[in-house]
Ligand binder design. Structure first.
Ligand SMILES: [Zn+2]
Ligand SMILES: [Zn+2]
Length: 108
C-alpha cells in the first residue's frame, strides 16, 4: 500500500475505474502477462506506478490479479512499496545479473 492509495483522490477514482475496467474484461493484467477474467478476483492496478508519477486515470490503470493463478503472486501488491526498494536495488541487481550472464556464457 503506497501513500497514494490513502489519498482521497484514489479512493474517489478507484470504484469508478473498477467499473470501467470490469466492462472490458478479459484484459491482460497490469502487472503480469496473464489475462484477468470476470470470474477472477482482481483490483485496479496502475500501468505506471503512482510512485513514478502515474495518475489514477482510465488510461493509466487496468485490472490486476488479486492472486494470479499462473504467477502465484498478488499482482496488485507487487508495485508501490516494493517498487521503491527495487529502484534502490536496481544498480546492484543489474550488476549481479550481468555476472551470472557472463558466467553462463562461459559454458556455452
Ligand atoms: Zn497478474
Ligand atoms: Zn500472472
Amino acid at each position: 500500500m503506497s501513500q497514494h492509495h490513502r489519498k482521497q483522490k484514489w479512493s474517489t477514482h478507484s470504484p469508478k475505474l473498477r467499473k470501467l475496467h470490469k466492462a472490458t474484461l478479459p484484459q491482460t493484467c497490469t502487472n503480469c502477462p496473464h489475462p484477468v477474467t470476470a470470474d477472477m478476483e482482481w483490483q485496479v492496478g496502475h500501468r505506471q506506478d503512482a510512485a513514478m508519477g502515474g495518475q489514477p486515470t482510465y488510461e493509466n490503470t487496468g485490472p490486476a490479479h488479486s492472486m494470479c493463478p499462473w504467477c502465484k503472486r498478488r499482482c496488485n501488491q507487487v508495485a508501490g512499496g516494493r517498487l521503491g526498494a527495487a529502484m534502490t536495488n536496481r544498480a546492484k541487481r543489474t550488476e549481479r545479473e550481468q555476472d551470472s550472464y557472463r558466467g553462463r556464457r562461459r559454458w556455452v
